[in-house]
Design a protein around this ligand. Structure first.
Ligand code: AMP
Ligand code: MG
Length: 491
């Protein structure tokens, strides 16, 4: 075990505010070097925005940093402690295979956690080896960058390095480390951890830290901790609405995988829905469909209630008063979520103003999509570009009737047809990372060491609202249906 500081500084400008929090929240780590690290994919625009030099990042010493063999100047590596409800069951967790290098301060003064995922064992590893396999790390890279392109708040992926070591899963696989960039790694589970095992002062320190880091505009709010709860709820309402609007299914919405910053975090068995069906589940471990597409808003509310519970001692000296405040805040989620979702759906249908019957117009379309097993993304594309071919739904009389209603509704607003279409173009992506395309890219990379398929995919996913001709082939449907495709927990 060594901790060597790299002599080349690729532009790292790290602070370690988390390391100044109460000690029970983390464990300082020594490094677990890997044999022969090699950068296989790196995110040029992200590196630039972080103030990092791409060439130096990929140099021998730069790579040693991305592999956790050396630390960059100013880093105090640590693993974060947290707990979480996993599929409803409360457990003590923590970074079992990740290391926080510190917080990069960007040239514009923003602060981002830099975390290595797959960096070796930590005191929180439980039975795990602390490592990650190449396929799942590349998968996180693809999906997180696709989410960023889609305009959904998310952690991002700076690089993946292979370690030159095997990890044992069902078979021997190549080991890899992902560099994850996040607004922070504060989770609902971080508060659950301190609320269960920490003191009142520690809980308050964590809440003050979260406020300062993510919600500094208190604006004279008389109860800062209620403000914190309300802001987190607002952020999740906006986030989950975005997920629903692009058909994203997270797959493991455990409370430890809900970030307080409002970013999507922890891409394991996530995937995008093809044909519209609220019951869609891809994850092989989600046997009861707890985290099905249609359940995501309810699960978010459930998780937020766990967050609210952990804040109770801070909300009011009188705990029954605190419970009332918490319940009130959490109960707002449904309305906040619904408003975000409705606003997004109106845009998807080219609607600028609001009418009472919009909700039923939207729900009726979704019901038809479900009945006719219509592809979620492509149906909206068909509506956007007024292309009537290739869609079974179009043959149905019910759909013709719906279409007339929609056209009449469009006719009742001030905006022109062209303005409506422009709104639809910028609200309906030309493509999502189709499951078969993601698999194809992963196969080429993992089996043949060919990253060109993945690079091309990332390229078309970078701006899904561009509607270029190159994106058309990537929008084609997979041969398999939702029911067949399975994703496995990223380990
Ligand atoms: P996740 O499913 O990625 O959210 O992980 C849940 C928990 O399991 C977290 O505490 C992880 O750090 C831990 N974990 C996942 N994989 C490993 C591994 N290979 N070794 C050690 N801990 C792991
Ligand atoms: Mg997790």
């Amino acid at each position: 075990m060594t901790t060597r500081t790299a002599t080349i500084n690729a532009g790292w400008h790290l602070d370690n505010s988390y390391a100044r929090l109460p000690k029970s929240l983390f464990t300082r780590l020594k490094l677990n070097p890997v044999r022969s690290p090699k950068v296989v994919i790196i995110n040029q625009p992200l590196a630039k925005s972080l103030g990092l030099d791409l060439k130096e990042l990929q140099s021998t010493e730069g790579t040693e940093v991305l592999a956790g063999n050396q630390i960059p100047e100013g880093s105090l590596p640590l693993a974060q402690a947290y707990a979480g409800h996993q599929f409803g069951h409360f457990t003590l967790l923590g970074d079992g295979r990740a290391l926080l290098l510190g917080e990069q301060i960007t040239p514009t003064g923003e602060r981002f956690d830099i975390q290595l995922k797959g960096s070796g064992r930590t005191p929180y590893s439980r039975g795990g080896d602390g490592r990650a396999a190449l396929g799942p790390m590349l998968r996180e890279y693809i999906i997180s960058e696709a989410m960023y392109g889609l305009g959904v708040a998310t952690t991002r992926s700076l690089a993946v390095v292979t370690t030159g070591e095997a990890v044992i899963r069902e078979t021997h696989e190549s080991g890899a480390i992902l560099t994850r960039v996040a607004a922070s790694h504060l989770r609902v589970g971080t508060f659950q951890y301190i609320s269960k095992w920490g003191s009142f002062d520690e809980l308050r320190a964590l809440a003050d830290y979260t406020l300062q880091r993510h919600f500094p505009d208190l604006d004279g709010h008389e109860n800062p901790y209620l403000f914190l709860l309300q802001e987190v709820i607002k952020g999740q309402a906006a986030l989950i609405a975005k997920w629903q609007l692009v058909g994203f299914i997270h797959g493991v919405m455990n409370t430890d995988n809900m970030a307080l910053s409002g970013e999507t975090i922890d891409y394991g068995p996530c995937a995008f829905m093809d044909n519209y069906d609220p019951a869609t589940v891809f994850s092989s471990i989600d046997t009861h469909g707890r985290y099905a597409y249609g359940n995501q808003p309810d699960i978010a509310a459930w998780n937020l209630a766990r967050f609210a519970e952990s804040l109770l001692p801070l909300l009011h000296v009188n705990q029954s008063q605190a419970a009332l405040l918490a319940e009130d805040a959490v109960s707002d989620f449904t309305m906040l979520y619904r408003n975000n979702w409705l606003a997004g759906m109106r845009k998807k249908l080219g609607l600028f103003n609001k009418e009472m019957e919009d909700e039923s117009l939207i729900e009726d379309l979704l019901a038809l999509m479900k009945k006719y097993r219509a592809d979620y993304i492509n149906t909206f594309l068909v509506l956007t570009f007024d292309k009537t071919e290739d869609i079974s739904l179009y043959a149905a009389i019910e759909f013709t009737q719906w279409y007339k209603r929609w056209q009449a509704r469009l006719g009742r607003q001030q905006a022109s047809k062209a303005e409506s279409q422009q709104l639809m173009r910028s609200s309906n992506p030309a493509l999502i990372p189709r499951n078969h395309r993601v698999e194809e890219a992963l196969q080429a990379a993992v089996k043949q060491g060919d990253y060109s398929v993945m690079e091309k995919l990332l390229n078309v996913l970078a701006d899904p609202y561009a509607h270029t001709s190159k994106q058309v082939e990537y929008a084609l449907l997979p041969k398999q249906s939702n029911g067949v495709y399975k994703t496995f927990c990223g380990t």
